[in-house]
Each structure stands twice: as structure tokens, then as C-alpha cells.
Design a protein around this ligand. Sequence first.
Ligand code: ZN
Length: 428
Amino acid sequence: MPDKTTLQQLSAAVEANFEEQVRFLADIVRHPSLRGREAPLQDHMYRWFAGRGYAVDRFSIADVRLQEHPKASPMVDVDPAGSFQVVASRRCASPTGRSLILQGHIDVVPEGPAEMWTFPPYGGTVKDGWMYGRGAHDMKSGVSAMCFALEAIRAAGYAPAADVHLQTVTEEESTGNGALATLLRGYRADACLIPEPTGGTITRAHTGTMWFRLRVRGVPVHVAVAQSGSNAIMSAYHLILALQEHTKRLNEAAKTDKWYEGTPDPIKFNPGIIRGGDWASSTPAWCEVDCRLGLLPGQDVATQQRAVEKAVAEAARTDNFLSNNPPEVVWHGFLADGFVQEPGSEAEAVLAEAHRAAFGEEMGARISTAVNDTRFYGLYFGMPALCYGPKGEGAHGFDERTNLEHLKTTTLSIAAFVADWCGLQPLS
Ligand code: ZN
């Protein structure tokens, strides 16, 4: 742990910079960095890092040999060449400590109908100690925490005594290919911290995620003779019900899982987007449903994919039309493993200690039923991968918001973690 004086210096620096941090956060929330449209925000991040003396590397997913990696996910709907990653490095000339990657995703999910928000979704409005906006919580708050943890260290007159890479990535909400691209670009460290908004807990386990698109055909006829046609939307509905049954069976099996036995129905199935049909008085000739299904850590993605295809094929066989016109299952995004950051790592002990120093309480652990990017570091590249960050509400929902007081303390906690993990040298 950094000594008391250093901690006080860091705390004072976080406090002194906090107004600027809130401004920074509002700025990045105002960028609608939806999938495929993250580049302007990455340009902004590039300039911000470069202006503070970081060595900045900006590259696209097309610049690395992503699809040669077995854990790359398909990118069907966006161009990898337009998906930019930014890595800002502060390298230490004579390192004496342990190196660190701090990573945050800057992609956000669609905001939905703006009129259902109390505050404009890309406004970055502050009210009663909370900042509102899509991404304010998941996870631009965490991005501000990692950036300003490093700012605090510098303002206090120190530099980390090891290499630190600050990474802003895309694709976290759809494939994870942004994080994987930074690893394939060559960035490594002795640990990785991803400040997703965990409310000051460490994510002990996260589930995997699979995305697939159901493609169903129909026979278009005038609805007056609907019996001679086939309705693709109703066929898709039949398949959705079958997949709900499939999910029930998966959750039955999850009841004895070591990490998830205490979590009711940890496998979540979601038909998230539906498109189909052309006319209210014609039986629809086509329907597509984009679905998301979870899996447990340790379960094999390919095996779970085959199980989905089997459930769909079996449901199709019980339907007159579908049995002769089998639906397609297209894997168009996430093929992500679950991951457990086993307790007992040195990195976690250092983080727990930093949390205690900043918050004055013990760091809890949580079990997550969603995916995050730590799996790449922890499962495939052998690095301790900690998912820990600020507190907020409403991820993927209306009036998403982050708590600014908690964000400030989290920033201090991360600064203290960097100070202890990397060590500090006087700023030269
Ligand atoms: Zn997130």
C-alpha cells in the first residue's frame, strides 16, 4: 500500500482534478459512440492522451490478424477497418515495479426512444450528484476513472515505476474484438484492470455470450387466404418459444454450478431485435430475430452453438412449413466464453487493499450474468484480469446514470492500486 502521505497526496489530486474529470466524462458521454460510429470519440481520446504526453497508438481491427485467432467473434454488420482502438502508453525508462493495462470500452448500446428519457441520452446532464446519459455508467465513468487515476499520480508529482497502457476499445458490447485486437497488436502487462461499473466490487465470475440471428421464411399471400400461405413472423415466434424451453433446461443444469448455484436462472436468453414482413395484409415472407444467449464459465462455446442449432431444428420439425423450409441460424457476433477470476491472485490482494484505503471498507465480490472483456486477458493470455469500477444504474436502459461521489472515490482507489502495483517514481 502507498504510505499515508502518498495516499493523502493522491486523494488531494483526485479532488483537485475532479471538476475537470466530470467535464471530461460529460464530453465523452456527448459522443454517441454507437457500434460502427466510435471513431470520432476515439479521435477525441487520441488527442486527449497525446496532449498529456502519452505515446499513442491508434489502429483498426483490420490492422491485426484478428480472424486467425480462435477466439475472434464474427463481425457481420460492421466493417473491422472502421473500428479503431486507442492505446496510450506511459513507459518507464528504468522499471522497478509491475506493468499494468487499464482498459475501458467506449462503445455504447442504442439509447432507444429519446422521449422515454428524462434527460437527453447524449447530454451528460448532472443533477443531484449523478451524471445521466447513455454510457455515463457503462462504462465511460470507468474510462474517466482510469484516465484521472493516472492524472492524479502525475499531479502528485509521481510516475508509475513500470509501463502502463491505457486502452480505449470498441466492440465490447457485441464481440469483444476490440480488446482482442489490442492483445494481437502486442500489448501485454503483468495485470489488467477493467473498470466496468461494478459498484466497487470485483467481478468473480462472468457468463459467456452468444449472438445468433434466426432467419425464417414464409409464403406471402393475401391475408384473405392466409391458410394457403405461411406467416414467417408466427414461425419465428414458434422458434423463440422453443429457445425459451432450451434456456430453461440450461438453467436447470446451472443449479449445480460451482459459481452460479446461488444465482437463479443465470443463463439469460433474449430475442433483442425483430424484423420481418412487408405489409399488414400479406402473410410475411420473411422474419429475422437477433438473439442473445448466455453460457457458464467452463462451457464450450462450440458445443453450446450446436445445442442451439439442434433446438431450432427440432422445433422446425414440429411445424408443417418449417419442416420443409428449415430456418437458418447465423452466428453474427459474440462467441464469448465465460470466465472466473479465481480468488487469491496477488493483483486482487493489492486491489482489495487499495479499495479498503479509499473506501474504508472491504471489497466485495460479485457474480455477473453478463460478459465483459476480462476473459481475453485471463483465459487466453495468462494475465490476472480484474473487473472493478464505479457505481451507477440503468445500464442499457433509460436514464442511465453514474454516481459522481462514488466515481471520485473509485478514481482514488484505482490510483492507489496503480501506485502499489506499479510502484511510484518521482516525476522526472
Ligand atoms: Zn460495459
